[in-house]
Design a protein around this ligand. Structure first.
Ligand code: PHE
Length: 468
């Protein structure tokens, strides 16, 4: 039975394929576009440290739990809860699908910008950085790039698990690593690279406050693609032979490693662009779209086109393996639960996502309404719709993560999780990992995630900061 359903749904060809696809989901705009400006906003290295701690002690257990639920049930994010016999909990999966759709709606727009910048760089238009605000209101252009990006994503997903998602990850991820290492080496040769590295690597603990801590946690969840069923879905195509714990460890290391290396690469470039003055770093979503093109221009025509084009192509590749995983969540739900073909499911989901992405497409200057979408309590300026959706999704991810571990520990029962983890991991039941997981999923994650969730909501939307 399991055999038939697996072959109809598709399955990973190899453990490496699964790890690359899951790491591909994790490594994305979050690591290369968002991480540096979160670090910048969070005051540098102290933020990085808190982020790393969260990834390993809070996120790693959630990651294991999600993969285990997926593999145990071989079902999508909603069907998994039904299959375990707890249909009343399948709202967690529905919340996850909603989060995934919200994320993809704006994420795809930024991915389109990245690809657009690749085209501009290779054609030698470095001015695009100083024209960023003109670029984001050129609706025809950025709409075209967004459609192109979503279509590419849809084609990969429509080919299925091993022939589509796994194959793309096996090509894109190694290419990405080669490109990032190349750019890293280059960044180290720039003047002021030491200043940038110092800013990035030496913690200023005085900068730590609720905002930074909450920001680090949101970033950790977003970056690891947690709390929305992407890992349940990817886990559902994994064979019983594979060791979930070691796979989750590799995925976490991969993601954290790439985010960390992206910072090592970017801060020297930023320091170069400011002439070594790190008090004056331009933050925000525009950091890599405005600061970097100027640096690439200063390298001169051909070199600038190679380095700049390389950087934005890298960003597009990283984004593509993530948009694929985001689209796979609703697609697998529709295929399993509504018995539609994969192709039909892809078309329906992509169309809905594109339409929902229109506010984000026009919300960066073109439409005043969506650019000044909402003013949070206590804030002095309005927030654009894309940033707002980002905050909303981050909040849902934390809630999803909290619900998934709590469900596992207290409803599905931790013994069932441990049994699933024993497949592919002989000796799990007597391992130290089990002792840690036991503490993490019953006490640490539920308690800390609940507290941090409340604090993040208060500080995000209501401007209330408890620790400062
Ligand atoms: N992890 C991806 C990134 O860092 C974004 C993502 C979030 C993908 C949630 C899937 C699910 O860019």
């Amino acid at each position: 039975m399991a055999g038939t359903s697996t072959s109809e749904r598709g399955a990973w060809n190899s453990k490496l394929g699964f790890i690359l696809a899951a790491a591909g989901s994790a490594v994305g705009l979050g690591n290369i576009w968002k991480f540096p400006f979160e670090v910048e906003a969070g005051g540098g290295a102290a933020f990085v440290l808190v982020y790393l701690i969260f990834c390993f002690i809070l996120c790693f257990p959630v990651l294991i739990t999600e993969i285990a639920i997926g593999r145990k049930t071989q079902k999508n994010a909603v069907g998994a809860f039904d299959s375990l016999g707890f249909s009343s909990w399948n709202f967690i999966g529905k919340l996850g699908i909603l989060s995934g759709i919200i994320i993809l709606s704006f994420y795809n727009v930024v991915a389109g910008w990245a690809f657009g910048f690749f085209v501009e760089m290779v054609t030698g238009n470095f001015q695009i950085g100083s024209q960023f605000s003109e670029f984001t209101v050129d609706i025809i252009k950025i709409g075209g790039y967004a459609i192109l990006f979503l279509t590419t994503t849809a084609i990969i997903v429509s080919r299925g698990i091993s022939a589509g998602i796994e194959k793309a990850a096996k090509i894109l991820m190694p290419t990405l690593i080669i490109m990032i290492v190349g750019l890293l080496i280059y960044a180290f040769t720039l003047p002021y690279s030491g200043v940038g590295l110092k800013y990035y690597l030496i913690p200023e603990f005085s900068e730590l406050n609720l905002q930074t801590i909450g920001g680090a946690l949101r970033q950790a969840f977003f970056s690891l693609s947690l709390g929305m069923g992407a890992l349940i879905t990817y886990g559902s195509y994994l064979s019983k032979k594979e060791n979930i714990v070691s796979s989750a460890a590799l995925i976490t290391l991969f993601d954290v490693g790439i985010a960390f290396i992206a910072g090592l690469m970017l801060f020297p470039i930023v320091a170069y662009s400011t002439g070594g003055d790190m008090t004056d770093v331009q933050g925000g979503a525009g950091l890599i779209f405005t600061v970097l093109p100027g640096v690439f221009e200063s390298l001169g025509g051909t070199l600038g086109a190679i380095v700049g084009g390389g950087f934005f192509l890298l960003l597009s590749f990283a984004a593509l393996t993530s948009t694929v995983s985001l689209l796979e969540v609703p697609v697998s739900y529709i295929v399993d639960e509504h018995k539609k073909s994969r192709k039909a499911a892809v078309i329906i989901s992509a169309a809905v996502i594109f339409i929902l992405g229109i506010p984000s497409l026009v919300g960066n200057g073109y439409s005043a309404f969506f650019t000044q979408f909402i003013t949070y309590v206590g804030a002095d300026a309005p927030t654009d719709v894309m940033t707002f959706l980002g905050h909303l999704a981050d909040t849902f991810l934390l809630l999803g993560g909290l619900l998934i571990v709590s469900f596992t520990a207290f409803v599905w029962k931790k013994e069932s999780l441990y049994e699933e983890l024993s497949y592919g991991y002989v000796g799990f039941q007597t391992s130290k990992v089990k002792t840690f997981l036991n503490f993490a999923i019953t006490i640490l994650c539920p308690a800390l995630l609940a507290i941090l969730f409340v604090l993040v909501v208060l500080s995000n939307f209501f401007g209330i900061s408890i620790i400062n």
